[in-house]
Design a protein around this ligand. Structure first.
Ligand SMILES: [Cu+2]
Length: 205
């Protein structure tokens, strides 16, 4: 074997090791910052247009301390329940309601301590929030946006008390607050996995 062949083999092997290591690290990072499609971006608001009423993927995995970024495309509003609430519970809550939204916007105040007991996170009102974001144009910024939902490993406390809730490990139900969209199947599950302080590199299951 020539010296040149030998050194080329070393280069290939070392490159391979480096690539494997960086792919492993990328996978670790992926679990701390995850993007989720919230609607297909068609900006078609006709009733019964189930093709746009999707959250992808349907099963989302994130580590405690991470962030889920909802890529909201169209007239949608993410709403996330604490572990324990099922889609059946939401259907029961809706009952015979014919309102556009499942949770009334007036009950969704910004302060986390004012949220309904079972909710972890309430998204931006696509029809214009407290700041009267205009939603008259289509596509509009009020509808098409990124919403980042933090899942902190500890409670955030500011000058006015609790500013952000701690995200306990568990399975969180995320739905679209637009009633017809949810009934078309627009919901998904977010599995928040605990990270042990002494072993940040544990395997995902
Ligand atoms: Cu929706």
């Amino acid at each position: 074997m020539t010296r040149w062949t030998l050194s080329m083999m070393c280069v290939v092997i070392l490159f391979g090791i480096g690539l494997t290591a960086s792919l492993t690290m990328a996978d670790e990072d992926k679990r701390l910052s995850v993007t989720v499609a919230f609607g297909r971006g068609l900006n078609t608001a006709q009733p019964g247009n189930a093709v746009n009423h999707v959250i992808l993927p349907k099963k989302i995995k994130i580590k405690q301390g991470g962030v889920v970024h909802f890529l909201v495309a169209g007239f949608h509003q993410p709403m996330v329940y604490k572990p324990g609430t099922t889609p059946e519970d939401v259907r029961a809550f809706i009952g015979n309601s014919t309102a556009t939204f499942i949770h009334d916007q007036n009950s969704l105040l910004v302060d986390p301590k004012d949220l309904p007991e079972d909710l972890f996170y309430a998204g931006i009102n696509p029809a214009g929030g407290p700041l009267n974001t205009p939603a008259s144009a289509n596509p509009s910024n009020a509808m098409n946006r990124v919403e980042s939902m933090g899942l902190p490993a500890e409670e955030g406390v500011g000058t006015n008390g609790v500013a952000s809730l701690k995200a306990e490990p568990g399975v969180y139900l995320v739905i679209c607050n637009v009633r017809g969209h949810f009934l078309d199947g627009m919901f998904a599950l977010v599995k928040v996995k605990a990270v042990k302080a002494e072993d940040e590199d544990e395997e995902d299951d």
